[in-house]
Design a protein around this ligand. Sequence first.
Ligand code: ZN
Length: 119
Amino acid sequence: MSLHTNKPQSGESKTVQERTCNKCGWVAFGVSRGYARLQVKTFNEYYDALPVDKQQSYYGGRKASIEDYESCHCGNSYINFRPAVDADSPIGCTLNPILLPRISHEPPSASFVSKWREE
Ligand SMILES: [Zn+2]
């Protein structure tokens, strides 16, 4: 599965749309449904090419699915997340992907607003 590390890049704090779970507080990076489908397809092609014993020992005999992107480790739905702010996760944390809501009426993330105010 793909992972993402939220290390800062050239002075910018958050370059991807990070989302915070409203139930447990974990931060994830938001992905589109199309991106998630492609990741699932790519992983499962790799998985299917592995011998059965390796499928079992590396991945517990479990393929990827779009449902992996639809909920937090705590079971909370991707719908019940909010935009992350810098204080939500320390620099260097490994983040997992979560689906972005299909339609978003949210204001720009707090990190974008604070960056804008500094200029
Ligand atoms: Zn959660």
